[in-house]
Design a protein around this ligand. Structure first.
Ligand SMILES: C[S@@+](CC[C@H](N)C(=O)[O-])C[C@H]1O[C@@H](n2cnc3c(N)ncnc32)[C@H](O)[C@@H]1O
Length: 276
């Protein structure tokens, strides 16, 4: 009888943090590509009267939204742009190739600065999870918005999200329990005069292990009116701001509308859509 090979000490002792994949955790903690696709499609159809086909996901990371977009329609195509080749490779291996040839053949991923990609022209461009906050100077953000405008087809729309509320401009952290891990969002430093905004994502595990500063963002927290002004200056003809409907308990329903007035809250995020 052969003896079962003994587990190596290091494998037996591997913590949950050591076994975790930060890209998979990130997607589960902060992304909701299915709802993004539904929202973009609904708003595009409402404003343009026909179905959008092509999407460019700026700051695409693992390109999970590109994959979801292409899966949502047989004609749909997606282009993902990100500066990190390592993250793009992870997305190719875990999200694009496993989706099968019919999906993968309609997705292109490019390792580039989002300001340098203006072709092919797309129906929808998007920048989610506040990624464009990396452009801290007004002229940098304006350059980016001009590049997006130049890369849109005639009926094109640009979707971006933003963060706000009285707690968005404070230091502190919030925890979200996902069962097998806790996602901690830390606003480590907020400068009241410049709006420089240093944030970290940490992951904490039930065995007590942690992945501290798994992701760090050195951003400027841009405000809604500043964004609207810059989008119009960049050449967009109209900017729509959306707000999430809440139920009787005050919880978000995932349904967004265009409000006339919004009373500020402790923390909120929402979408803008800019018409080319
Ligand atoms: C916050 S993650 C966004 C990931 C994903 N799109 C999402 O919605 O969660 C920011 C990504 O932007 C990329 N990035 C930062 N600056 C960039 C730039 N100038 N051009 C292209 N990608 C950039 C980073 O490599 C990173 O993958």
């Amino acid at each position: 009888m052969t003896a079962r090979p003994a587990k190596s000490k290091s494998a037996a002792k591997k913590t949950m943090a050591a076994q975790a994949d930060v890209h998979a955790l990130y997607e589960r903690a902060v992304q909701d590509p299915g709802n993004d696709v539904k929202f973009f499609t609904r708003i595009y159809k409402k404003l343009r009267g026909h179905d959008p086909v092509s999407l460019r996901e700026d700051f695409c990371g693992t390109a999970v939204l590109c994959a979801e977009w292409v899966k949502s329609g047989a004609e749909r195509t997606a282009l993902g742009v990100d500066l990190s080749q390592e993250t793009i490779n992870w997305g190719l291996e875990h999200r694009i190739v496993p989706a099968g040839r019919a999906v993968a053949s309609r997705i292109s991923l490019v390792c580039a600065d989002v300001r340098d990609v203006k072709k092919p022209k797309v129906d929808i461009a998007c920048a989610l999870n506040f990624s464009y906050y990396c452009f801290k100077r007004r002229d940098e953000l304006l350059d980016y918005f001009r590049a997006v405008h130049a890369g849109l087809a005639k009926d094109g729309l640009f979707f971006l999200d933003l963060l706000g509320g009285t707690e968005a401009i404070m230091e502190g952290s919030t925890d979200n329990d996902h069962g097998d891990f806790v996602y901690r969002w830390e606003q480590a430093r907020f400068d009241a005069l410049t709006h420089d905004f240093l944030c970290h994502i940490h992951f904490l595990f039930p065995d007590g292990s942690k992945l501290l500063e798994a992701f760090t963002y050195d951003w400027r927290l841009w405000m809604a009116p500043e964004l609207r002004d810059l989008l119009l200056e960049a050449g967009f003809s109209k900017v729509h701001a959306y707000w999430e409907k809440t139920n009787a308990e005050g919880e978000g329903t995932g349904v967004f509308y265009e409000p006339d007035y919004v009373e500020n809250q402790e923390i909120w995020w929402t979408y803008l859509a800019a018409e080319r």
